[in-house]
Write a protein that binds this ligand. Structure first.
Ligand SMILES: NC(=O)c1ccc[n+]([C@@H]2O[C@H](COP(=O)([O-])OP(=O)(O)OC[C@H]3O[C@@H](n4cnc5c(N)ncnc54)[C@H](O)[C@@H]3O)[C@@H](O)[C@H]2O)c1
Length: 245
C-alpha cells in the first residue's frame, strides 16, 4: 500500500457516507481501512464489505492505521470526531455542516497543537463553488441580494453551510465598496430535493438569478476524493473547496 492514502469514513451508513465509501473503494490511490457509524451496533448492515466496521471514531483510530478521516455525520458530533482524529495526528476532511465559528476556532487551535491539517468544505460540488464565485462577482455591481436554499427533509441544519458562506462572500464584497447590508437567507426543506440554491440579485428593472442543483450525492464525490488526496499537504485549518482546486 505504498503511497496509498489510508482512509476512515465516519457516518459510513449515512447517505453521504455510503457514497464516500464507494468513491474511496473505486480510487486506486485510496484504501478504505475503517467504516465508523454508531448504527453498526443496531443493524446487521454489512456495508461496506471490504473493511472493518466500528461504532466510534476513537475505537477505529485505536485499531487501524489511518491517514485521513472523512466525516459526514451530524452537527452535534462532528467536533468530537475531528478532535479525536487530530489527537492521533490523523488529518480530517469534514463535509458535515453546522460547525459554529467557535468550533472552527477550536479545530484551528488543535491543528496547531498537533501540527496536523484539517480541511472543511460546506459544499464539495464544483458547480456550487462556481455559483459562489459568480455571486461574488455580481455583488461588485448589484446592491440587493437574497438567497433561497432548498434541501431534503433529512438535513438537520438551516440555513445551509453553503448559503451562509455565499451570504458572507456577497456581504464581504459589498463591504469593500462601503455598502453595509445583510443577505436574507430562506430555507426550504421538502422530500424529493437533494441540495439546491438560488442567489437572486435585484437591480433597476432587472434580476439576476444564479442557481446550482446537486441532483445526486455523487456530485460531491470528485471534491471529496480531491480533498482526501490534498489535505495532508495543507497547513492548519483550511475552509472551502475553492482553496484546493
Ligand atoms: N459538504 C458537502 O458537500 C455536503 C453535502 C451533503 C451533505 N453534507 C452534510 O453531511 C452531513 C451528513 O449528511 P447525510 O445526508 O449523509 O446524513 P445522514 O443522516 O444520512 O448520515 C449521518 C450518519 O452519521 C452517523 N453518525 C451519527 N453519529 C456519529 C458518530 N458520532 N460517529 C460516526 N457516525 C455517526 C449516523 O448514524 C448516520 O448514519 C450533514 O451535516 C449534511 O449537511 C455535506
Amino acid at each position: 500500500m505504498d503511497g496509498v492514502v489510508k482512509v476512515a469514513v465516519s457516518g459510513a451508513l449515512g447517505s453521504m457516507g455510503k457514497f464516500t465509501c464507494a468513491a474511496v473503494l473505486q480510487d486506486a490511490g485510496l484504501a478504505l481501512v475503517a467504516a465508523v457509524d454508531p448504527r453498526y451496533a443496531e443493524t446487521d448492515d454489512s456495508f461496506p464489505d471490504y473493511c472493518p466496521h466500528f461504532v466510534t471514531v476513537e475505537s477505529a483510530l485505536g485499531a487501524v492505521e489511518v491517514d485521513v478521516l472523512v466525516d459526514f455525520t451530524q452537527p452535534a458530533v462532528v467536533l468530537a470526531n475531528v478532535l479525536a482524529a487530530l489527537q492521533r495526528r490523523v488529518a480530517p476532511v469534514v463535509g458535515t455542516t453546522g460547525l459554529s465559528d467557535e468550533s472552527l476556532s477550536r479545530i484551528a487551535a488543535e491543528c496547531r497543537r498537533q501540527d496536523t491539517p484539517t480541511f472543511v468544505a460546506p459544499n464539495f460540488a464544483l458547480g456550487a463553488i462556481l455559483m459562489m464565485q459568480f455571486a461574488r462577482e455580481a455583488a461588485q455591481h448589484l446592491d440587493a441580494c437574497e438567497i433561497v436554499e432548498l434541501h431534503h427533509t433529512g438535513k438537520l441544519d438551516a440555513p445551509s453551510g453553503t448559503a451562509k458562506r455565499t451570504a458572507g462572500l456577497v456581504e464581504e464584497e459589498w463591504g469593500k465598496r462601503s455598502h453595509q447590508a445583510q443577505v436574507p437567507v430562506h430555507s426550504v426543506r421538502l422530500p424529493g430535493l437533494v441540495a439546491h440554491q438560488e442567489v437572486i440579485f435585484g437591480g433597476l428593472g432587472e434580476t439576476l438569478t444564479i442557481r446550482h442543483d446537486s441532483l445526486s450525492r455523487e456530485s460531491f464525490m470528485p471534491g471529496v476524493v480531491l480533498a482526501v488526496k490534498r489535505v495532508r499537504n495543507l497547513q492548519g485549518l483550511v475552509v472551502g473547496l475553492e482553496n484546493i482546486i
